[in-house]
Design a protein around this ligand. Sequence first.
Ligand SMILES: Cc1cc2nc3c(=O)[nH]c(=O)nc-3n(C[C@H](O)[C@H](O)[C@H](O)COP(=O)(O)OP(=O)(O)OC[C@H]3O[C@@H](n4cnc5c(N)ncnc54)[C@H](O)[C@@H]3O)c2cc1C
Length: 454
Amino acid sequence: MEQKLVQHRRISINLHAKQLLEMIKRFFSTSAIRRAAVPPPESADVVVVGAGAIGCSIANFLLEMQPKLNVVVVEKDLNYKIASSVLSVGSIRQQFSEPVNIAISQFGVEFIRELAHDPETDVQFDEGGYLFLAQNKGKKQLEENVRLQQSLGSHVVHYGGHNGELSTKFPWLQTEDIEQSAFGLKDEGWFDPYTLTTALRRKAQDKGAIFMQGCVEEIGKKAEHVIISNTTNNNNNASIKIKCNNALVNAAGCWSSQLLSKMVGIDSDKANDLLPVHPRKRFVFVVHCPDKSLISPPVPLLVCPSGAYIRREGLPDRNLFLVGGMENAAGIDCNSNGTADELFVEHDHFENHLWPSIAYRIPAFENCKVKSSWCGYYDYNTVDQNGLLGKIFDDIPLYVATGFSGHGIQQSPAVGRGIAELILNNNQYQTLDLNDLNASRLQEGRYVIEKNIV
Ligand SMILES: Cc1cc2nc3c(=O)[nH]c(=O)nc-3n(C[C@H](O)[C@H](O)[C@H](O)COP(=O)(O)OP(=O)(O)OC[C@H]3O[C@@H](n4cnc5c(N)ncnc54)[C@H](O)[C@@H]3O)c2cc1C
């Protein structure tokens, strides 16, 4: 008995020591301490530029697949003041028209669900579903999309139009001009995009990735090095050079074309031909609508035929909603330089476009009040509005992952894993085949047109 007690005490002392070690490890891996403690590296196996959700996910999967790899992530602003990932609406759906986008979100939702079970990462996944509405004009396309989604295992169903069960399912909805609808019963909803981004960063850091703050100003002609300014990792403010031994990844979001133009021998026209990705401003309005009927059944992510979207924010009884969309219809969907100065909200957009559209579709919104608003940049692929992945030159180890045009945060898990596979497995995908999204498709005149863009 005594022997057993001693043994038990030993085990619990070991356990405490283990927990203490884990706490110390986590303490030293927090970004501020790591940044201060790590001097600038001279070289890395892989350098990733951009620590948004995409860059962090790539770093995480590289190290998951090859734990001894030396990975450095360079980020202009580790506080993410204007990064798209943290300004996103954080929604994930299965309702796409391209099989590759559906497969990407199927993995995405699995990954997010697993994070939601991690007690350290409250990603706040709300599986509220997407409801797409079509008038006569969009009916055929919606039905074609749903056939494809169902054939690929997505749980999307039709609720019909004005003659169907739509108004019974959602009594607060105006349905008289609606001919067809589609609702995701499962695997669709929204989550906290900041938490997802920082969770991916923490996972990468815990596995050994070095995150450094600095702006990449030059890329060598063969992607053999980067030159970084304004780095906090050295004390004398001088630029530093990091050699890229195996690969360089451009995960610079809406600034990825600007980053490519910093490669020796490439000007901005050439960069635009190769990577036509530009910042496009998107507004989000936080709206309070005190109508009790909206609590049950609660408002899912509703996409109106006008292009306006609305989803609830937080628990249904808070009566808070996020409203956005219609920049295209309003004629304000144009490229910008992607600076912080340009990120101001145009409030007329709500008054003139979003409110009339939403209040027509959900009459309770006649009585609503804008509480706050923000805007961020879509990393907009101006040619076919889909991700551009992989190498852009056959003989140079420069990889890109950008151009997601409004569906990038949900794609970050699958894209991170895919780019890591390309780098580590001789340019071949190992799990999900993402070849349809090869960045080289635009040069070959092959476009992937997603018909369900929000
Ligand atoms: C309002 C809004 C709503 C959205 N809603 C959704 C949604 O519901 N669902 C969805 O899936 N997607 C949504 N998106 C899109 C999604 O947010 C983006 O596609 C995604 O976050 C892109 O991630 P990223 O890591 O590529 O870009 P970012 O998060 O922008 O990260 C790129 C990083 O690169 C850094 N960088 C750039 N240049 C340099 C340089 N030269 N040196 C060093 N660092 C550099 C930047 O500082 C930045 O932090 C939304 C976007 C917006 C703006």
